[in-house]
Design a protein around this ligand. Sequence first.
Ligand SMILES: Nc1ncnc2c1ncn2[C@@H]1O[C@H](COP(=O)(O)OP(=O)(O)OP(=O)(O)O)[C@@H](O)[C@H]1O
Ligand SMILES: [Mg+2]
Length: 314
Amino acid sequence: MAYCVWLSVAFVLFAGSALPWEIPALHCALYGFCECGFRPDVAAMECDLARNVFGQNLAHKLLVKAMKEFLDNDSPSKPLVLSFHGWSGTGKTFVSSLIIKHLYEEGSQSHFVHHFSPILHFPHTQNIKHYKEDLRRWIQGNLTACGRSVFVFEEMDKMHPGMIDTIASFLGSSWVVYGSNYRKAIFIFISNAGGEDINEIALDYWRHRKDRDEIQLQQIESAISKAVSSNPKHGFWQSQIIDQKLIDVIVPFLPLRPHHVRLCIENEMLQQGLALNETLVNKVADSIVYFPEKEKVFSLTGCKTIASRLSYYV
Ligand SMILES: Nc1ncnc2c1ncn2[C@@H]1O[C@H](COP(=O)(O)OP(=O)(O)OP(=O)(O)O)[C@@H](O)[C@H]1O
Ligand SMILES: [Mg+2]
């Protein structure tokens, strides 16, 4: 660590001609010691997830275990590949940003965190060939610059099928990048696929008065796998990534109960510097639509619209 700091100072002194924002990248590319501002703090990550993410005990447990195992290993045999699934507003994007926050010194501002969204980055079906080539080159270039990169693929259920296979080789154990250990990278795929099935399972537990924390991972995993493989519009449709079992952990996000929604409202109030006020919490909570219509067990939009609803009622 001290060596890393010393090297940074020396580099800044001697790299007079480099532009300031190029220094960390150059530094890592040349020496690879600092691993690109990668400063994982799994204890802080665990704490942040426990304090700020509600109703996702299963996801919490799976993620903390996977992160610990992966980060404790100086020489992992393959990159860590996570696939997040669940209904809208249940915390998939939120959790991915909390994880990243505790991986890099600069958190989500790190140059080594890369986000992709099919609608934004790969919108036109006729350009798939170019997108595939660009994506492959982008991943390879960034893994060469920093083996500790994180790649987040949002909305996998809107990704053109066949597109993502262009990076399948980077997710396994056989690909080699000169001068960089690409096996230290983390890939996170996010989609709503399987969300309805996860909701069905959670509803079934609720109807049988069983604790949702007892939901069996195997049951939920197989429902998600079926939902993905039966959806020809999903980015993982007939994908090598599935066939070659390159996903290490399927992370399910359960639908949120009304009391989780209330916790989200309270959290949002605190973040906006508002004093906790039960009347206001009730107003916002009552404005949410819950399903099934008769029993009103889960929030239809999770905690997604809380911030804007709160502004409306304040
Ligand atoms: N389980 C949760 N615990 C605490 N806050 C949550 C949770 N789920 C969602 N939120 C809040 O709602 C916001 C929206 O959630 P997020 O964007 O993560 O949903 P999502 O699962 O990615 O939905 P989508 O599938 O529509 O993209 C978050 O920024 C966070 O403030
Ligand atoms: Mg999201």
